[in-house]
Ligand binder design. Structure first.
Ligand code: 26Q
Length: 793
């Protein structure tokens, strides 16, 4: 490897090893490794082609990949080889890895899930393509200025991207607008505007490098990048407008992860990448198989939420308008090929588009949606559905301004619709999809999420990985459920010491990092209590902050008690337009400033809000966490995946009976998790009965004192009214039931303190968490999709 790196450094980077800077070595290391990746990539592609295997296509607006270097080296088994080669030049692999920018082409859970799935697909040797958008600017970089979030553009491509390959030959025209005209016995869509989509491919290496799959992201360009006639006539700006319109499609990721859709640009982005992907899939099929009618035998198209739901209409359109199928035959083939995953029940995150906008942008698709709708509604009427049920099933929302419902389109066009955790899937059947489920009772199924144990244990926590290997061997690296062998050693004092030593080392490393980057000193022997995720009212960072304030009051009132030293760590981004989420960030920083500088807490409590939480920071902080905060209002977090990563790294969970927390509890056992709060059914019942938050607050002294301290400006002396409305909202409405769950949460935190005071017991629980969450490997999840939905295993 050393000779290869030197050769690459000279001939591809163009540097003498004596003159090479860190960045040159970084580029040389990636390019040397890349050759190995490419050979396997070509091998995998050939193998699939020769065997005529069915392929999986994962369509997603988001792929939150993070860094690739460590992942690729580790999955190829070259970590030691690479470290050795670089060591000869006094370079540390870990230091070079830090130079890689995160590929942050996603908001949060949904995008990260897509990245874990890509890795597991390759690991399980399933031929698969991920399809998405090559955003020039991914998720914004978050800076904290005087406690407030400031969004800065993220320029991950500034120094080029050695992992990507542009495929100029894989380009398609994507139309927008225009009109639909009769032609022969069919129609022809004549778009008003056409933009070219070009493929940019990134290899995805599976564990042990057996298969390398393709992540194909689309970039956009004008057919005629510069209109020379306009330019020559003096219209220099006008000559470039088409290229600007194309650029805008792939310019930036929408930084909202639950939002009332309404922006035309968003719909244009969705159609752009979906249409390019569907054209690519159809072209590949026809080229290899000849007959479009066998598409469903050779292709499985999975929609990651409704963002690519237009695929249903686009595929039907291609089959009818370009391949001459009858509508009914096209529709059945579409359904057999497509399946859809739902990731949220929040009403504001359910996509729908104003019908006039939709019709103007996609006139042919609108016609087909009417045709699909009349077919679905006919089936509903035949099944005896009443008017209210028909209205709920319709692809068009007729209440007020007419809108196209993307979830109903995705459901109608799919043979499988899955939720992402058991509770979420049941709630899908009872709420948003209740009527569609009655009409098509076999379609909804559950696929509980998972995370890749390569990135989220082996790579991010090498210390823990080697301790586990010493005890149970390395079989768990190939089958995470083999971690269960650790159960036999949960009470083993020697193992406990080692697990604790690793955790402490990880905490020291995190504390060093935070000291260096933020100037805050943390005690590595304190309990590290971590809540990292997007800032959202339903995720209830505010509940954690209010409890922090209550604890602060308690410590000051009873300094004589034996308080457990705690560090409360928060991290996460707020959507730029989400006022209350941004205020929660400011509140965390206001609380941190006050508490951290109060000598009367004597270092027993520290609060930090880490700026710019991203995948790379998650890889640092999760191995260092003792306590994982998963405290969403029950029924609102579809699954959660951070919860799985923490447990896998030996943190205990404090959480509600929501999303996958319920299944984590079932696996690790009631004694190894701290559960509190209302159940989803109780939340619904309380809401239906007329919930009175004011009465609940007044009944809890601790809660009312903490809320009033925040509301009256104890933490914001520079602006005493800053939090008046935020806290007022809890008194008035409290939609997320913070007050109802507060006492239970505070009591649960004191249970955590008690457990912490028994280090052996804590450690045994941590080991039982690690031992029993192997089931949450995305390998298991993908195997279920492969068998039940895609039929490729
Ligand atoms: C929609 C329309 C317009 C603009 C943005 C959006 C949009 C973008 C992203 C809506 C939703 C998202 C992302 C949702 C998401 O991340 N959901 C999470 O998915 C995880 C993986 O299944 C679950 O674990 C989480 O519980 C769920 O919140």
């Amino acid at each position: 490897m050393d000779a290869r790196i030197i050769d690459v450094l000279r001939h591809r980077v163009g540097k003498d090893e004596r003159a090479a800077k860190e960045h040159d070595w970084y580029n040389a290391a990636i390019l040397a490794l890349r050759d190995e990746v490419i050979d396997r990539w070509i091998g995998s592609t050939r193998r699939t082609y020769e065997a005529g295997d069915k392929r999986v296509y994962y369509l997603s607006m988001e792929f939150l990949i993070g860094r690739l270097l460590r992942d690729a080296i580790s999955n190829l088994g070259l970590t030691e080889v690479m470290e050795g080669a670089l060591g000869k030049h006094d370079l540390e692999l870990a230091a070079l890895e830090e130079l890689e920018p995160d590929a942050a082409l996603g908001n949060g859970g949904l995008g990260r899930l897509a990245a874990c799935f890509m890795e597991s697909l390759a690991t399980l040797d399933i031929p698969a393509y991920g399809y998405g958008i090559r955003y020039v600017n991914g998720m914004f970089r978050q800076r904290i200025d005087d406690g407030w979030q400031v969004e800065l553009p993220e320029n991950w491509l500034a120094h080029g991207n050695p992992w990507e390959f542009e495929r100029r030959e894989s380009a398609y025209l994507i139309g927008f607008g225009g009109e639909v005209n009769p032609q022969g016995d069919g129609v022809v869509w004549v778009p008003a505007e056409e933009i070219e989509a070009t493929a940019v491919d990134t290899p995805v290496v599976g564990w042990r490098g057996k298969r390398v799959n393709t992540l194909r992201l689309w970039t956009a360009s004008a057919i005629d990048p510069i209109k020379l006639d306009a330019f020559n006539a003096g219209d220099h700006i006008g000559a470039l407008t088409e290229q600007m319109r194309a650029d805008s499609l792939v310019r930036v990721l929408y930084p909202a992860d639950s939002h009332k859709a309404g922006q035309e640009l968003r719909l244009r982005q969705e159609y752009f990448f979906t249409a390019a992907s569907i054209q690519d899939i159809v072209r590949r099929h026809v080229q290899y198989e000849g007959d479009i009618r066998t598409l469903c035998d050779k292709a499985a198209i999975q929609l990651n939420d409704t963002h690519p739901a237009i695929a249903v209409a686009e595929l039907t359109r291609l089959l009818v308008d370009e391949h001459g199928l009858e509508f009914n035959e096209a529709w059945v083939l579409t359904q057999k090929t497509v399946s859809y995953t739902n990731h949220t029940l929040l009403p504001e995150a359910l996509e729908s588009w104003p019908l006039p906008m939709f019709e103007q942008l996609l006139p042919r698709h609108m016609q087909l949606i009417y045709a699909i709708n009349s077919r679905v509604l006919r089936e509903a009427r035949k099944a005896g559905f009443d008017d209210a049920m028909i209205a709920a099933i319709s692809l068009i929302d007729e209440g007020g301004e007419r809108r196209v419902r993307m979830a109903n389109l995705a459901f109608s066009g799919s043979h499988s619709i899955n939720g992402v955790a058991a509770l979420h899937t049941e709630l899908m059947k009872e709420t948003v999809f209740a009527d569609l489920h009655k009409l098509y009772p076999t379609r909804i199924n559950n696929k509980t999420n998972g995370v890749t144990p390569r990135r989220w244990l082996q790579q991010c926590n090498p210390g823990l990985t080697s301790v586990i290997t010493e005890v149970i061997g390395d079989g768990f690296l190939d089958d995470a459920e083999e971690l269960s062998a650790l159960n036999a050693f949960a009470d083993d004092a020697a193992l406990c010491d080692k697990v604790r030593a690793v955790k402490r080392a990880n905490k020291v490393a995190l504390a060093d990092h935070i000291k260096r980057t933020m100037g805050v000193r943390l005690d590595p022997d304190a309990l590290f209590d971590v809540q990292i995720k997007r800032i959202h009212e339903y995720k209830r960072q505010l509940l954690n902050l209010v409890e922090t304030v209550a604890l602060y009051d308690q410590i000051r009132s009873h300094p004589e008690r034996d308080w457990v030293p705690r560090v409360k760590i928060f991290g996460g981004k707020a959507a730029p337009s989400y006022h209350n989420a941004k205020l929660v960030i400011k509140l965390a920083n206001d609380i941190a400033r006050r508490i951290n500088s109060d000598p009367s807490v004597g270092g027993l409590l520290k609060v930090v809000f880490v700026p710019n939480y991203n995948v790379s920071f998650a890889e640092r902080i999760i191995p260092a966490a003792d306590l994982s905060e998963q405290i969403s209002t029950a029924g609102m977090e579809a699954s959660g995946t951070g919860n799985m990563k923490f447990a896998l790294n030996g943190a205990l969970t404090i959480g509600t009976l929501d999303g996958a927390n319920i299944e984590i509890k079932d696996k690790v056992g009631d004694d190894n998790i701290v559960i509190f709060g209302l159940t989803a059914a109780e939340v619904a019942a309380r809401r239906a009965d007329g919930y009175d938050p004011r009465a609940v607050i007044e009944a809890s002294l601790e809660l009312s004192q903490a809320l009033s301290a925040i509301a009256t400006g104890v933490f914001s002396p520079d602006d005493r009214d800053r939090y008046a409305d935020l806290i007022g909202g809890i008194y008035e409405r409290d939609w997320f039931m913070l007050a109802a769950d507060f006492d239970g949460y505070a009591a649960a935190q004191r249970t955590v303190d008690k457990r912490w005071e028994d280090p052996a017991g804590w450690c045994a629980s941590a080991i039982r968490n690690i031992a029993n969450v192997g089931w949450f490997s995305s390998d298991r999840t993908i195997a279920e999709y492969a068998k039940d939905i895609w039929k490729v295993m």
